[in-house]
Design a protein around this ligand. Structure first.
Ligand code: AHG
Ligand code: MN
Ligand code: MN
Length: 338
């Protein structure tokens, strides 16, 4: 039967409603909290909008010379890609124009970015483009964000204290994955929900309501090239995964690896290495937001010594080892660490 021949009844997949858009969902959630004033909702919409723009840039990158390096390094000493820069500009601009954030920190900039909106109640930490090494080869990349309510008085210039509150004080966190489709997954501390972007409508549609990750899994994700430098317990854990014939999957974009494991059940590991004795990943805009979201979805996230969310931050770009995913796998690993 071809489409013309199909009878378009109300129950036919082609005639089903489009679903709940992100905007409508955010609005609906806001009305569930009688004292919510709408600023956080607006901030989430600003982030979603920047995500749409980056979706567009990512999808036409190969056509308009947006791939390749800038020939410079970012504050992390890593070579900056053109899309890293573009994503950084897009997000900063969206948050400045939106007016709800008084300051931003970004992987791509050493210092606090002041938005000029000192009356904004929130600060945002972002990794504008995660998985830079995958940009030029059409492999999934992402954006990670973390939101705090500022602790400095409204109307004054925000300070470091606003960003160094600790992961448990996040009011919202999430990521946008630019993969085989683009999806925004976020939590405001209650449920975790995923919204797939329909580019033809220009809307994110609720596709993954109330995500609960499996308690156990069979996927393990790590960079095997670093394994020599891993401590004994991690190597032992990995040997166990091999013996049990688990599945090894490593994309090299944290967002993509995390998202897969969140849905299917698995563990992502970035232990300390010889090159990076404190780990590679950044606490404020990689580990904290994913750990916040992970815990809300039933996963665990640890540095090996403590829950990621209990780490006391002391600087904007500090790094941490990260073990994140299915709680039984994370507990098993932690039990093997010295
Ligand atoms: P970014 O592109 O934002 O610098 O992050 C890259 C991170 C993370 O996304 C990924 O999981 C990890 O680096 C990969 O590191 P290795 O190449 O060392 O495996
Ligand atoms: Mn990153
Ligand atoms: Mn990045």
């Amino acid at each position: 039967m071809n489409v013309q021949q199909m009878e378009l009844t109300a129950s036919h997949p082609l005639a089903l409603p489009v679903g709940v858009t992100l905007d409508r969902y955010i609005m609906h959630r806001q009305t569930a909290f009688p004292y919510a004033t709408g600023e956080l909702s607006q901030l989430l919409r600003d982030i979603a909008l920047a995500g749409k723009i980056i979706h567009r840039e990512v999808n036409r990158a190969g056509l308009i010379d947006l791939t390749g390096g800038m020939g410079v390094q970012n504050v992390q000493g890593e070579s900056q890609q053109k899309l890293d820069m573009i994503a950084n500009i897009r997000f900063s601009r969206a948050l400045k124009n939106g007016g709800e954030a008084c300051a931003i920190i970004s992987e791509e900039e050493e210092d606090i970015i002041y938005t000029g909106n000192n009356h904004g109640k929130y600060v945002v930490a972002i990794d504008p483009l995660d998985g830079s090494s995958n940009i030029d080869v059409n492999v999934s990349i992402g954006t990670i964000f973390s939101i705090y309510r500022r602790v400095t008085p409204i109307g004054t210039e925000p300070t470091l204290d606003d960003f160094l509150q600790g992961g448990r004080r996040q009011v919202a966190a999430g990521y946008i994955l630019y993969g085989s489709s683009t999806i925004m997954v976020y939590t405001t501390g209650h449920s975790v929900n995923g919204f797939t972007y329909d580019a033809s409508l220009g809307e994110y549609i609720l596709s993954h309501p109330d995500i609960h990750s499996p308690a156990n899994g069979q996927i393990y994700s790590y960079n095997d090239g670093n394994v020599e430098g891993y401590e004994e317990g991690v190597q032992q854990f990995l040997n166990g995964c091999r013996k049990k014939q688990f599945t090894a999957r490593y994309i090299g974009s944290l967002v993509a690896d995390f998202h897969r494991n969140l849905l299917k059940g698995g563990i992502y590991l970035y232990p300390p290495t010889q090159k990076a004795p404190d780990g590679k990943l950044r606490l404020l805009y990689e580990a904290f937001p994913l750990a916040f979201l992970a815990e809300k979805a039933g996963c665990l996230a640890t540095s090996g010594h403590q829950a990621i969310l209990d780490i006391k931050p002391y600087s904007l770009h500090q790094r941490t080892p990260l073990y994140i995913g299915a709680p039984l796998m994370v507990e098993n690993l932690v039990g093997m660490l010295g």
